[in-house]
Design a protein around this ligand. Structure first.
Ligand code: K7E
Ligand code: CUA
Length: 672
């Protein structure tokens, strides 16, 4: 996070003057006759109001930052609809705790229960959101995930070799051919000896970009190829579209290749770069066999909704194209002052770079860039990559827009909206003439912003949401840590209008939003029990069983309102590993059952209708262990419970199980 003394003063000034303005408007309004009715000053609360029982107009998918999850809100109400665990375990849903979901978090480093999730991108067809999947990045242990929007569950996670800090990800091409992932930290490649002095950065460190292909029908991800690039920090990215389809743009900083005190040493050069990547060209080289196979190790995890089970596979090879050998894949465009956001307008012609320390916003033209390449209008090269002359690619600069530009989205009406972290504001400007049209304060220190479809060919620009890093005085105090937040603006008119604040989970970075109608009707309501192919499924109470295999005991059980079957289990011995395979027999919407047992050292299970989930539980010592349903499912939910008896190790109490019998069929009076 960037902080400067002076700009904070400026923040306050802006905040104060904004407050004064709001007061003035309020005063003005209250003096007016009631029927004067002004569209501009109409009640903001009414605009965000969604009546009880009514649906929101948009889904808003918000990254969770250091929570590792994604939250889903309704807009314009700001209602929290769901938290989808992606890279972090979630005891609420048993994600990462059930035997079925544990493999989702497997990596080449073993099981990793947490990550830092920054960016989300909805799948697109012809540059429009198609509502099938949403992709997410893991910034710490580099991975990309795909969430299925029929189930709102994580369907697939792929790890990225040769990478460290997967930040410029998971941006997609206009037909979701590829999801890209650019490494934030350059490091020695995985097949090189990484045990080298850090001061050998310039010789030994490289930056890799991964191009992950996405299956057209099933969304399955695969690393198609990686580009081996100079050792810099790749920061953000967006794909070309329309005229620039076939290209990708990556912002990068630390072109100084510093390895210490980056805040000073990576801010030496006046300009870093936006790297333009011709991925169609890269595909040609790949076809021509120019790729080199490299031995690596990375995990690929897939969740199968037929057996409700994830599998994890370790892969061992990746194909690498070296961009300093293959000349016409990459071009560097100089971009002032440590660029962060790298955003492409709906036509694909304009590429906006946001230098974190810059006091202007450069806008590049794809057509000019192509001409510059044709004319070889270069200023030398950067490690073998041609550096296009700044002016040759420049459409123009937005002058004095604000301080600390970070990210830009578009409304499809010729306007761009850029966030300014340092001066805490969103600024609307015109792409054609680069004139500032409007500015609104944010509270405070805005990072990303989102307009529904705002990075696609077809924005649906009724609202703009700002995601703020600091809330300070906006909410009731909650101890040392305060909520971070989103702010909703109506941008349907010429001037932006703040209409709602709502707190977020974790730290919001990028977000996506789409009209609810694109997703709403595809929602899965329950899983068909007939299609459940989990090896431990019980499709009816008649097939439940308890089976001992050495010191492992498998309990195949069912649940339905309002009992478990079996609900009395005996013959378990201290030291046993018990696997509760619980099948939810319900075939109705919104009837999950939970499963929890005393002493469990992991979490509960939350089992969707028609699904089987497994909790591993160690019978630590002899005694009586109640289990129960955790999700209030019926009037007799509190009755939905059972007992498991654990006898001492070596006991001869036979396995028995039952439901609804007062006298067990086996002799439970035998205690030893
Ligand atoms: Cu928060 Cu996109 Cu990681 Cu900017 S990044 S704010
Ligand atoms: Cu099932 Cu409560």
């Amino acid at each position: 996070m960037i902080t400067f003394k002076k700009p904070i003063m400026k923040n306050l000034k802006i905040a104060v003057s904004a407050a004064a303005l709001v007061c003035a408007i309020l005063l003005f309004n209250s003096c007016r006759p009631k029927n004067a009715g002004s569209a501009v000053n109409s009640d903001a609360a009414a605009k965000a109001y969604v009546a009880p029982g009514k649906y929101d107009e948009f889904y808003n998918f918000v990254s969770g930052g250091f929570s590792g999850q994604m939250s889903v809100y309704g807009l314009p109400s700001g209602r929290l609809l769901k938290v989808v665990p992606i890279f972090s375990v979630d005891p609420e849903k048993g994600y990462g705790y059930s035997e079925e979901t544990k493999p989702m978090l497997n990596t080449s480093h073993g099981f990793v229960p947490w990550d830092d999730q920054h960016h989300l991108e909805l799948s697109q067809t012809n540059g429009e959101i198609d509502g099938r999947w949403i992709f997410a990045n893991a910034n710490n242990t580099p991975r990309v995930a795909r969430v299925d929007l029929t189930t709102f569950r994580t369907a697939e996670i792929i790890e990225l070799p040769n990478s460290a800090g997967n930040h410029s990800s998971p941006f997609i091409t206009e037909n979701t051919e590829y999801v890209v992932a650019g490494t934030r930290f350059s490091v020695p490649p995985d097949d090189a000896n990484g045990d080298v002095p850090i001061s050998t950065y310039k010789q030994n460190f490289k930056g890799y970009l991964s191009f992950i292909s996405v299956g057209k029908a099933d969304g399955k991800m695969d690393i198609a190829f990686q580009l081996r690039c100079p050792g810099v920090n790749f920061d953000l990215s967006h794909s070309g579209k329309g005229v620039s389809n076939g290209w990708f743009f990556f912002s990068c900083y630390n072109s100084e290749q510093a390895n210490t005190l980056l805040e000073v040493n990576a801010s030496q050069r006046d300009k870093d770069f936006i790297m333009a990547v011709n991925w169609k060209k890269a595909e040609e080289y790949l076809k021509a066999g120019k790729g080199r196979k490299q031995a690596v190790k990375y995990a690929h995890n897939v969740y199968d909704e037929k057996n409700h089970t994830a599998t994890s596979e370790i892969r061992t090879e990746v194909t690498v194209l070296d961009v300093s050998d293959l000349k016409d894949i990459c071009y560097m465009i100089p971009c002032p002052k440590s660029p962060h956001g790298c955003d492409v307008d709906p036509t694909g012609e304009y590429i906006v770079g946001s230098g974190k320390l810059a006091a202007l916003v450069p806008v590049f033209s794809f057509t000019k860039m192509q001409k510059a390449i044709a004319d070889k209008a270069y200023d030398g090269d950067y490690e073998g990559i041609p550096v296009i002359k700044y002016e040759a690619a420049l459409h123009g600069e937005v002058k004095k827009p604000g301080l600390g530009p970070l990210h830009t989205e578009f409304d499809g009406r010729g306007n761009a909206y850029t966030t300014f972290f340092v001066s805490s504001e969103v600024v609307k400007w015109s792409i054609a003439d680069l004139k500032v049209l409007d500015r609104v304060p944010t509270y405070y220190s805005v990072g990303h912003l989102c307009i529904p479809g705002g990075d696609t060919k077809k924005p649906n620009a009724k609202y703009l949401i700002a995601y703020n890093k600091i809330t300070k005085d906006r909410y009731l105090p909650t101890g040392p840590e305060l909520a971070q937040s989103a702010q909703l603006y109506d941008i349907s008119g010429e001037k932006m209008q703040l209409i709602l604040d709502f707190p977020t989970i974790g730290e919001p970075h990028y977000a996506q939003a789409v009209a609810a109608s694109v997703i709403r009707d595809k929602s899965v309501k329950f899983f068909k029990i007939d299609e459940n192919s989990n090896p431990y499924v019980s499709k009816g109470e008649g097939t439940t069983k308890v089976v001992r295999e050495g010191n492992k005991v498998h309990v195949n059980m069912t649940c339905i309102r309002s009992h478990f079957s079996p609900d009395n289990i005996e013959g378990i011995r201290a030291g046993d590993e018990v696997y509760f395979h619980v099948t939810n027999l319900e075939q109705d919407w919104d009837v999950p059952h939970g499963f929890a047992i005393k002493g469990a050292d992991n979490a509960e299970l939350l089992i969707m209708p028609g699904e089987t989930q497994t909790l591993k539980w160690i019978a630590e010592k002899s005694g009586m262990y109640p289990f129960y349903c955790t999700d209030f499912c019926s009037a007799l939910h509190q009755e939905m419970s059972g007992y498991l008896r654990v006898s001492p190790a070596g006991s001869n109490v036979p396995i028995s199980f039952s439901t609804g019998k007062t006298a067990p069929k086996t002799d439970s009076t035998a205690t030893k």
